[in-house]
Design a protein around this ligand. Structure first.
Ligand code: ASP
Length: 342
């Protein structure tokens, strides 16, 4: 091995770190310290790999803000000693975690690459090996002695995406993620094709700052024709509610019925932040384009612009955990802080 590049692999759980017990057919977590034995190809990479695993690896359906803090603390404690980090995570909620980590890690100057797989690493047709190997390779890319990627990315099936731009689109295909409103950052083919102009710039002389506070007094409401007034009123009246991500139609449209607009208006006046994102799988909210969104703009609904729901809800929890006044909240939310919105 010629380079001195060191990569830390952080295993949180999920299919990628499992193997099939060929006698019982059940999936079980394998001993991560034996990773190099199971994936001997890793020895061919021009970097040193160390592994660390959650004491009790979890299916990503059980991921919580506490897990995000645990991942961030591993990065914090090892930041000076490693050139890059690869987070192995179940794919189901990977986009939420990648978004959350992107907000937590301010002035990130090293790559943090999330990856996982649809099939366990021991499976004959597994996608785990390619995802793992290329994610590590990307985390070790350097240019003039500096990391090429200095943001939270998500690598899956030949593409590196900005983590907070991704969403899981398939429970079946190896091509399980997409980034509807931002192009991929790197594509793996015969060569690694890097779209350098799309990467976040390396922070200059700035120290990594880790924010660990989230407020989960929030909910997501997906609009549908026929949404029930009583049910919505009950939800909005839940004590302690501080924020709502409203998945609206098209470019941010919602019913113009008086009860609906008045309900949101009262909530906003009571200090509840309402973020408008589209339930379309691509495109942006543009409040005021149609009459059906003008009233939302007037009453002070926050534009989630072209954010994914995953980025919007984690950003909401993140900003609610920061000391931001109610008056400033809308302004802060509508600014892109880690490249999550256009
Ligand atoms: N249910 C698994 C998880 O998200 C699926 C996967 O690992 O991809 O943890």
């Amino acid at each position: 091995m010629s380079s001195n590049i060191k990569i830390l692999l952080i295993y949180t759980g999920g299919t990628i770190g499992m193997q099939k017990d060929f006698e019982t057919g059940a999936l079980k977590a394998f001993n991560f310290s034996k990773l190099l034995q199971r994936v001997p190809e890793l020895k061919l990479l021009d970097c040193a790999i160390e592994t660390i695993s959650f004491e009790n690896p979890i299916d990503s359906s059980n991921i919580s803000p506490e897990s995000w803090v645990a991942i961030a603390e591993v990065i914090e404690q090892n930041y000076a000693d490693f050139d890059g980090f690869v987070v192995l995570h179940g794919s189901d909620t990977m986009s939420y975690s990648a978004s959350a980590l992107s907000f937590m890690l301010e002035n990130l100057g090293k790559p943090v690459i999330f990856t996982g797989s649809q099939l366990p690493i021991g499976d004959l047709r597994t996608d785990a090996k390619e995802n793992l190997i290329t994610a590590i390779q990307i985390a070790s890319l350097q240019e003039n002695g500096k990391p090429l990627v200095s943001e939270v990315g998500l690598y899956f099936e030949y593409k590196l995406y900005r983590g907070n731009r991704t969403t899981k689109i398939s429970a079946e295909h190896f091509n399980a993620f997409t980034s509807p409103n931002y192009p991929f950052l790197i594509e793996s083919g015969v060569h690694l094709k890097v779209n350098s102009d799309l990467l976040l710039p390396l922070p200059q002389n700035k120290v990594l700052k880790i924010h660990k506070s989230f407020d989960n007094n929030v909910m997501i409401i997906k609009m549908f024709p026929g949404i029930n007034q009583k049910i919505l009123e009950t939800l909005m009246a839940v004590p302690g509610l501080k924020g709502v991500v409203l998945e609206t139609f098209g470019s941010g449209n919602a019913p113009t019925e008086n009860w609906f607009v008045q309900l949101l208006k009262n909530a906003i006046e009571a200090g509840i932040h309402i973020v408008n994102v589209t339930q379309c799988s691509g495109g942006s909210v543009d409040m005021g384009k149609y009459e059906t969104s003008s009233q939302l703009k007037q009453i002070g609904v926050i534009s989630g612009k072209d954010c994914t729901t995953e980025a919007a809800i984690t950003k909401l929890m993140f900003l609610l955990g920061q000391p931001i006044s109610n008056e400033n909240f809308k302004n802060q939310f509508e600014k892109s802080i880690r490249g999550e919105m256009g």
